[in-house]
Design a protein. Structure first.
Ligand SMILES: Nc1ncnc2c1ncn2[C@@H]1O[C@H](COP(=O)(O)OP(=O)(O)O)[C@@H](O)[C@H]1O
Ligand SMILES: [Mg+2]
Lengths: 400, 229
């Protein structure tokens, strides 16, 4: 009865109800799309990091993870091809990882060398796209002892393309060895620490210098078709039984917990933004409800005179507000979702607005996306706002 | 105990209501003593500002007196809390106001059903009763009309039907004919009289219209908050 009565009351001032409805609809469309867009941005950032600096999955021996010693290799000649046969896997790169001292005429310091097969590494990392044309390439010419370093390293160590770098490290026999490398490419990322610490050489050169055998590696980096938790978990469990004892497979969140924390934190931040939008919207709704109540104060007094108790009158006002909020919320969320889905498919090109901030190798197309959980949380917030914004006007209604 | 005392449903003792606004003190009701018996058809008359509305509001539990008591069937309603008073009005008092009687978004029938819904009477039952009551007030063909499609007199007849719907102990009507033309006023009074005779419903109405006064079987005259006759 209250519901029917509330519905009829909404219809009596059609213009005002329509305006509230429109405001709520727009607010929710904006909220849902904003969340979806920022999700897309976060995903893009994570995606970029995974595609350039990390991979979805990594296989190492537990000992290597703990101690990082050159002899902690994993030797399995068929593992690579078995992993490649998994449909979700788009690339596998076996790597040798060396901790080195790098010396130039200007400076000496520690660095991490990733020794790779360039063609396989290109399957798992887009780093090769992060080298501007003027700064060389990712091992395109077949020159032995070539090295790719980062922009930050080049700046700090005052080297340019074709400059010489001396790398010294301990080989398998625990002897100190050193060799000269020539820079064939300088990569740019938006992560200075990564640019300074990581350098790449060919695996063959590393094997010749260290004595590591042809089927022995420190790490197998695996790239997948997408970074959905489900996909990653599925492939991870699929590979785990293939691994020998003492060998571990870790996903990107396990490798870099801070990335997981970052995405989780951004989720909270997003919901706070939505809460703020809805809160502002709530003030508008309070105002509209108040007008509606004061306008028919005489009628509400009559209702209480003939025996409608204060609780029911409050229920009536709250129901009226909730119906409007829910309707507006429903349409707004639906439209927001539709826009998010449509733009999520095609992507939104933000390169124009990025201007000079554009980064080589970083995608400038954002794919908005909203999760079911976020959608539900927003819906719950809408209901709460609808109820809260009616309480004060409802109190005014029942004041004698 | 006389027969009259036995049948008395409203007993008012030493009732006073004083309004105080800034320095001005208005004695709207000044030490009223009054008994109303079951089945009475009573008019409260007097010039504007004499306290008619205030008296009816006290009897109906719409306002609290400054002093004195109003007992309905022996229960002092002046002691009830706000929420108990609302329930008291819902279950025991029928109201017909001068204006703003009906809920504009509801039809005549829904307006009559409204109080019964509040009382928790099942829809089917209240629907049947609403139609019967609307027929009794001569609006059998207007049950689905909204108030804005009804004339002033028709609206007041719906209000009478609604007042009857909750089966109250008595019906209070504060100047129910004030906004009506002579003919409508007469029709309304005839209907009230019919309900009084057929169902022994107690009516207390205020008026300053001499033609309406004529219909009353008892007249209480107020002047400056005092009963003068
Ligand atoms: N809420 C109020 N505040 C102050 N004075 C009031 C109020 N209601 C009524 N009065 C005063 O009380 C007196 C009686 O008013 P009322 O009962 O409305 O008279 P009637 O209905 O006979 O015209 C009048 O002098 C009126 O001005
Ligand atoms: Mg009056």
């Amino acid at each position: 009865m209250i519901l029917q009565f509330a519905w009829k009351n909404i219809g009596r001032n059609k213009v005002r109800s329509a305006v509230i409805l429109l405001a709520i609809t727009l607010g929710l469309t904006a909220s849902v799309f904003a969340v979806a867009f920022m999700n897309g941005m976060i995903n893009q950032k994570v995606e970029d990091t995974i595609r350039i600096e990390m991979t979805h999955l990594q296989i190492n021996t537990q000992k290597f993870i703990d101690e990082n010693e050159i002899e902690d290799v994993l030797a399995d000649s068929i593992l690579e091809s078995r992993i490649r046969s998994i449909p979700e896997v788009i690339g596998v790169s076996p790597r040798i990882l060396l901790t080195v001292m790098a010396a130039t005429s200007h400076k000496t310091g520690g660095a991490q060398v990733v020794a790779i097969d360039p063609e396989k590494e290109k399957q798992v990392s887009r780093l090769y796209t992060c080298i501007p044309d003027s700064l060389g390439n990712f091992f395109s010419e077949n020159i032995p002892n070539s090295i790719v370093v980062g922009r930050k390293f080049a700046e700090k160590y005052q080297v340019q393309l074709h400059s010489k770098i001396i790398l010294s490290f301990v080989n398998l026999e625990e002897e100190q060895v050193s060799a000269a490398f020539r820079i064939c490419g300088i990569f740019h990322t938006n992560n200075p620490a990564y640019e300074e610490a990581k350098m790449f050489i060919r695996a063959n050169d590393a094997r010749a210098l260290t004595g590591i055998k042809a089927d022995s590696i420190h790490e197998m980096a695996i790239q997948l078709t997408n970074n959905k938790d489900k996909t990653v978990a599925k492939v991870q469990t699929q590979i785990t039984p293939m691994l020998p004892n003492g060998v571990e497979i870790r996903n990107w969140k396990e490798i870099s917990p801070i990335m997981g924390v970052y995405t989780g934190f951004m989720q909270i931040e997003l919901m706070i933004i939505v809460a703020i939008i809805l809160f502002a919207l709530g003030f508008g709704i309070v105002n509209a409800n108040l007008m509606s109540v004061l306008e028919r104060k005489q009628e509400l007094n009559m209702l209480m005179a003939i025996g409608m108790n204060r609780k029911k009158v409050m229920q009536l006002i709250v129901t009226e507000s909730t119906i409007l909020t829910l309707l507006g919320g429903f349409w707004g969320m639906l439209i927001g979702l539709a826009i998010a889905l449509a733009t999520g498919k095609t992507g939104i090109d933000v390169s124009a607005s990025l201007g000079s901030y554009q980064q080589l190798g970083i995608a400038t197309i954002i794919h908005p996306l909203i999760t079911f959980n976020q959608f539900v949380i927003i819906a719950v917030m809408v209901v709460i706002i609808g109820i809260l914004s009616a309480i004060f006007p409802a109190r005014m209604a029942t004041k004698p | 105990m006389t027969k009259e005392e036995q049948d008395s449903i409203i007993e008012i003792n030493n009732l006073s209501k004083i309004y105080q606004e800034d320095a001005e003190v208005v004695k709207a009701l000044d030490n009223i003593n009054l008994n109303i018996n079951k089945g009475e058809f009573t008019a409260v008359v007097g010039p504007s500002g004499s306290g008619k509305t205030t008296l009816l509001n006290m009897i109906g539990g719409l306002d609290k007196p400054t002093s004195g008591t109003v007992a309905v069937d022996g229960m002092d309603v002046t002691k009830l809390s706000i929420d108990d008073l609302i329930n008291f009005r819902r279950d025991h008092v029928g109201f017909v106001f001068q204006a703003y009687n009906l809920i504009p978004v509801l039809t005549a029938k829904e307006n009559v059903m409204f109080v019964m819904d509040l009382q928790g009477i099942p829809t089917q039952q209240s629907s049947v009763r609403a139609i019967k009551l609307l027929k009794n007030v001569g609006l059998g063909d207007r049950i689905n009309a909204r108030p804005n499609k009804l004339s002033g007199g028709q609206q007041q007849r719906v209000a009478v039907a609604r007042a009857l719907a909750s089966k109250p102990k008595f019906i209070l009507a504060d100047e129910p004919t004030a906004n009506l033309d002579g003919k409508s006023a007469e029709t309304l009074l005839d209907i009230m009289e019919k309900m009084n005779e057929e169902e022994n419903m107690t009516f207390i109405f205020s008026t300053h219209d001499p033609r309406v006064m004529q219909k009353a079987r008892r007249i209480i005259t107020l002047e400056d908050g005092k009963i003068v006759r």
